[in-house]
Design a protein around this ligand. Structure first.
Ligand SMILES: NC(=O)c1ccc[n+]([C@@H]2O[C@H](COP(=O)([O-])OP(=O)(O)OC[C@H]3O[C@@H](n4cnc5c(N)ncnc54)[C@H](OP(=O)(O)O)[C@@H]3O)[C@@H](O)[C@H]2O)c1
Length: 228
């Protein structure tokens, strides 16, 4: 499958590497491909700069957000949550039209330092997934994987203690089937479809507890599991 990853951070790098290893044709989108490919500085999580990552992954194409969105049959949104609508605007309405957009992003406010606070309010339409769907009505938005670290997203088996849960939210049933298949290929078995994109607001609101867990557990892989 042709897959576009919009985002050059830890999530974009990790998801791109994993999906390329599954045999997909990948392009990573960024505002400035030349600048991103030259970036050697480690990011805020200590991950290699995008340029260093790309040196080790030269089979993966890099393009502008628009080039990536035009190429991808499925598009992953791995961009900064606070500026996601700008990223998708650069990707281009026509390039995204009718495509499955897997939204991994979280709308967090880092302006007062770490840990960030949640920018999402619990009001109908105020979630980030909901705002993306409203701004791009002909894009088939599916929220998934936003409630865990990038390493767990692509390798659920690294969480000790058995299978954990990944949530799916989206208005388009066929789009969710596509994402379900990709998740299964990454090793997910407990894939819990919560319903329409409005349900992604509650999923996004799990982030404060996820951040508290990070404070306690640090780099040790962990995830939510719904026992039923
Ligand atoms: N880190 C995790 O483990 C984790 C886990 C779950 C969910 N998430 C979510 O996944 C997303 C990606 O996280 P991340 O840490 O990998 O990367 P990030 O630093 O949050 O975002 C990096 C991307 O955002 C783009 N960007 C930043 N400002 C922009 C602007 N003004 N206009 C357009 N694009 C802009 C950057 O473009 P350039 O390439 O041009 O610089 C870059 O591609 C976030 O929404 C995050 O909340 C992260």
């Amino acid at each position: 499958m042709k897959i576009a990853i919009l985002g050059t951070g830890m999530v974009g790098q990790t998801v791109a590497t994993a999906l390329a290893a599954k045999g997909h044709e990948i392009i990573v989108g960024t505002r400035d491909p030349v600048k991103s490919k030259a970036a050697a500085e480690p990011n805020k999580y200590g991950m290699p700069g995008f340029g260093t990552w790309h040196q080790a992954n030269q089979g993966i194409r890099v393009g502008t957000f628009a080039e990536a969105a035009a190429f991808g049959e499925v598009v992953f949104n791995a961009s900064n949550g606070g500026t996601t609508l700008e990223t998708l605007g650069l990707a281009g309405r026509d390039n995204l039209a009718a495509k499955v957009l897997v939204d991994l992003s979280n709308d967090l406010d880092f302006s007062k330092g770490m840990p960030p606070t949640l920018a999402v309010r619990d009001e109908a339409g105020a979630g980030l997934g909901e705002r993306i769907q409203a701004a791009f009505p002909n894009v088939r938005v599916v929220k998934a994987l936003s409630t865990m670290s990038a390493f767990v997203m692509v390798n659920p088996a690294i969480v000790a203690g058995g299978e954990s849960t990944v949530f799916l939210s989206g208005d388009d049933a066929a789009a969710k089937t596509v994402v379900h298949g990709i998740l299964q290929s990454l090793g997910w078995t407990d894939i819990l479809d919560l319903g329409g994109i409005a349900t992604s607001r509650g999923v996004e609101m799990l982030l404060p507890i996820w951040l508290s867990l990070f404070g306690v557990l640090g780099q040790k892989p962990y995830n939510f599991k719904v026992v039923r």
